[in-house]
Design a protein around this ligand. Structure first.
Ligand SMILES: [Mn+2]
Length: 307
């Protein structure tokens, strides 16, 4: 049995017991702000990645543990050493058949390899005032754990509240679930636009980051048919990137077959819940550092969800 199989066995054991899954949630949540290398956490949930780190960026999973295992398969040996960091863009639960297992595996990796795992918040890791549809995760928990399921759900909501909402590598790349906050249009600095080190994210900022989608129209932004967040035009993307002197926004939130490029190459959507959505591809955005040239290289990976 290889190391990933052993971890998976341990994860399935934890997922079978409400007390163990709650303990795992608390452990993972306690690690969120305390990396020792590769990245640092700033309030209100903004991760700053160090230059030189290799990024592997993964989109929505929605309980698709098979796609997650495929993604991990070839990258698993990178964990425990070096400066490769996997950034998950949120939406771990709802919809798929293995929601608890998928979340448990991610939390396990977070506790075991904190310096190499970043778990961002998606709109399916919701604040109580903005619950998405469908949101079958609470009923999945009750089905699995009976009455204890409600306790697990309330613990999950606390965990979700601790997850960071944005990660960025200055001069290079911005990562979040949906889109930049509209404050980027008026702000004169990244710090101002993302309320860096000022305490809480406003409800508007949280909603826009978790819910917005890019649109290929010559507008600043429009109401979203989702009923939350906005549809943002290229101006929002270029303004947000200007504030970090960056080249790409990598986000997920929309069903695409692996990945899709928008806003003339500025925005890349990546999606990995292939099995729940009946897609034939999963995507990973790799952003890899060339030490000799001191340059990053973008590599868009698309492959079958099952190896
Ligand atoms: Mn989403």
């Amino acid at each position: 049995m290889n190391r990933l199989d052993e971890i998976l066995r341990d994860v399935l054991d934890k997922a079978s017991d409400p007390r163990k899954i709650i303990e795992l949630m608390r452990n993972a949540s306690g690690r969120v702000k305390s990396s020792t290398r590769n990245y640092v956490f700033h309030e209100p949930g903004i991760i700053e990645v160090e230059r030189g780190v290799n990024l592997h960026i993964i989109g929505d999973l929605h309980g698709d543990i098979h796609s997650l295992l495929t993604i991990l398969g070839e990258r698993f040996e990178l964990l425990g050493q070096g400066s490769d960091v996997m950034v998950f863009l949120g939406d771990y639960v709802d919809r798929g058949d293995y929601q608890i297992e998928t979340l448990a595996l991610l939390l396990y990796l977070k506790t075991a390899f904190n310096d190499q795992i970043i778990l961002l918040r998606g709109n399916h890791e919701p604040p109580t005032w903005l619950i998405p549809h469908p949101h079958d995760f609470p009923s999945v928990l009750v089905e699995r754990y009976g009455e204890e399921g409600e306790k697990v759900y309330s613990e999950a909501l606390s965990l979700f509240n601790t997850l960071p909402i944005t990660a960025y590598l200055p001069g290079e790349i911005l990562m979040l679930h949906g889109g930049p906050p509209l404050k980027v249009l008026e702000a004169s600095s990244f710090e101002e636009a993302f309320s860096l080190n000022t305490g809480k994210a406003s409800p508007e900022m949280l909603e826009e980051i978790l819910w917005s989608d890019p649109v290929e129209l010559n507008v600043e932004f429009l109401d979203s048919p989702r009923g939350a967040g906005v549809l943002y035009g290229k101006k929002v993307s270029s303004k947000a990137l200007g504030l970090i002197h960056g080249k790409y926004i990598v986000r997920s939130h929309e069903m695409v077959n692996g990945y899709r490029v928008a806003h003339d190459g500025l925005v890349i959507t990546v999606f990995d819940a292939a099995i729940p959505y009946g897609l034939d591809s999963i995507g990973v955005v790799e952003y890899l550092y060339d030490t000799v040239r001191d340059q990053y290289r973008l590599n868009l990976v698309k492959k079958s969800p099952k190896t």
